[in-house]
Ligand binder design. Structure first.
Ligand code: NAD
Ligand code: LMR
Length: 341
C-alpha cells in the first residue's frame, strides 16, 4: 500500500503501468514463420504487447535478423530467434500461445485451396512438433487454407494423443476487421465503435458476415448495400492479392488481426472476463460441420464457450446454406490428408 500510495501520489501513467505489470503473469508466445510477410510485423506487434514476457521467433530462414532487430525495442518481452528444424523444440518449449503464419501465400488467380499441397505438409510438421514440445499451448492457425489446416492440426494432435479442442483456433479475425471497416465506411459511423460478427469459414463464400447483427445498427443501408458489403468482405483477401499483383497477400492487416486475436487469447488465459472473438473452432453449432467459425468466449482453458449464431436475416440464412458444401469438403480434405499421410 506504500507503493500504491506513492504511485497514486506521483500519478503518472507510466508509474501505474509498471505497477500493474508486476502482477501480469509470465507468458511465452511463439511465432512460427516469423521471418515472413505476416511474421515480421506480427513479431513487432507481439513485442509491443505488455502481456508477453517471452517472444520466440521461429522460421526456416531469416530469424536471427528479425529477432535481433525486434529485440532492441524497449518493452517487456525477451526475444529469441530460432532457425531450422533442430531449433524448433527449443522455440516451442514452455509456449502458452503458438501463432502459425508459416506457408506460401496466394498469387492472383489462385484460390486458398490451391495452397493446400504445400501448406498442408508445413502445418502437419509444425503441429507434430507442438504435440511433442508444448502440447498444452493454445494454437492460433493463420496458414491457409484455414478451413483445412485447422482440421489437419486437430488430426495431428489426436494421433499424438494431445488434442484439446478448447485450444485450437483458426484465425478469422481479419474477416471481422474487414467487415468492421467496410461497414463503418458505408454506414458512415465511427469505425472504433463498430462490431460485426463473421461466421462460417475463411475462404470466399464460406466467409459469412452477419451485418444484420452489426452495431451500431443503422437503417441507412438497403439490401443492395448489404449484398455489396458481404461480397467485399468475402473477397477482401482477393482484393489485396490483386493489388499486390504477384507479391503475395495481406500481411500488415493480417499481422494486426493476428495480434488482436493473440491478445484476446492471452487475456482469456490471464482470467480477464468477457473476452469474445469470432474464430474457426471445433463446433456443434451447425450439424454436419465439425469445425465452424462463430463467436467464442475465451478463458483460462482456451475456449470457454462456443456461442450460437443468433437471429439471421433471410439473406444470411441463404448464405449459410450456400457455404455448407464447400466448408464440409474443405474440412474433410484436411482430415483425409492428415489421417492418410
Ligand atoms: P510469406 O511467404 O511472406 O511468409 C511465410 C514464411 O513461412 C516464410 O518466412 C517462410 O520461410 C516460412 N516457412 C515456410 N515453411 C516453414 C516451416 N516449415 N516452418 C517455419 N516457417 C516456414 O507468406 P505470408 O504472406 O506471411 O503468409 C503466410 C500464410 O498466411 C499463407 O498461407 C497465407 O495464405 C496465410 N494468410 C492467412 C490469413 C488469414 O486470415 N488466416 C491472412 C493472410 C495470409
Ligand atoms: C486473406 O484473407 O487476406 C488471407 O486469407 C490471404 C488470402 O489468400 O486471401
Amino acid at each position: 500500500s506504500i507503493l500504491l500510495r506513492s504511485v497514486l501520489k506521483r500519478g503518472s501513467a507510466s508509474a501505474i503501468r509498471s505497477f500493474s505489470s508486476e502482477s501480469t503473469p509470465a507468458r511465452k508466445v511463439a511465432v512460427l514463420g516469423a521471418a515472413g510477410g505476416i511474421g515480421q510485423p506480427l513479431a513487432l506487434l507481439m513485442k509491443l504487447n505488455p502481456l508477453v514476457s517471452s517472444l520466440s521467433l521461429y522460421d526456416i530462414m531469416g530469424t536471427p535478423g528479425v529477432a535481433a532487430d525486434v529485440s532492441h525495442i524497449n518493452t517487456r518481452a525477451v526475444v529469441a530467434g530460432f532457425m531450422q528444424e533442430e531449433q524448433l523444440g527449443e522455440a516451442l518449449k514452455g509456449a502458452d500461445v503458438v501463432i502459425i503464419p508459416a506457408g506460401v501465400p496466394r498469387k492472383p488467380g489462385m484460390t486458398r485451396d490451391d495452397l493446400f499441397n504445400i501448406n498442408a505438409g508445413i502445418v502437419k510438421g509444425l503441429c507434430t512438433a507442438i504435440a511433442k514440445y508444448c502440447p498444452e499451448a493454445i494454437v492460433n492457425m493463420i496458414s491457409n487454407p484455414v478451413n483445412s489446416t485447422v482440421p489437419i492440426a486437430a488430426e495431428v494432435f489426436k494421433k499424438a494423443g494431445t488434442y484439446n479442442e478448447k485450444k485450437l483456433f483458426g484465425v478469422t479475425t481479419l474477416d471481422v476487421v474487414r467487415a468492421k471497416t467496410f461497414y463503418a465506411g458505408k454506414a458512415k459511423v465511427p469505425v472504433e465503435g463498430v462490431n460485426v460478427p463473421v461466421v462460417g469459414g475463411h475462404a470466399g463464400i464460406t466467409i459469412l458476415p452477419l451485418f444484420s447483427q452489426a452495431t451500431p445498427a443503422t437503417n441507412a443501408l438497403g439490401a443492395d448495400d448489404i449484398k455489396a458489403l458481404t461480397k467485399r468482405t468475402q473477397d477482401g483477401g482477393t482484393e489485396v492479392v490483386e493489388a499486390k499483383a504477384g507479391k503475395g497477400s495481406a500481411t500488415l492487416s493480417m499481422a494486426y488481426a493476428g495480434a488482436v486475436f493473440a491478445d484476446a487469447c492471452l487475456k482469456g488465459l490471464n482470467g480477464v472476463p468477457d473476452i469474445v472473438e469470432c474464430s474457426f473452432v471445433q463446433s456443434t453449432v451447425i450439424s454436419g460441420l465439425p469445425f465452424f467459425a462463430s463467436k467464442v468466449r475465451l478463458g483460462k482453458n482456451g475456449v470457454e464457450e462456443v456461442l450460437g449464431l443468433g437471429p439471421l436475416s433471410d439473406f444470411e440464412k441463404e448464405g449459410l446454406e450456400a457455404l455448407k458444401p464447400e466448408l464440409k469438403s474443405s474440412i474433410e480434405k484436411g482430415i483425409k490428408f492428415a489421417t492418410e499421410s
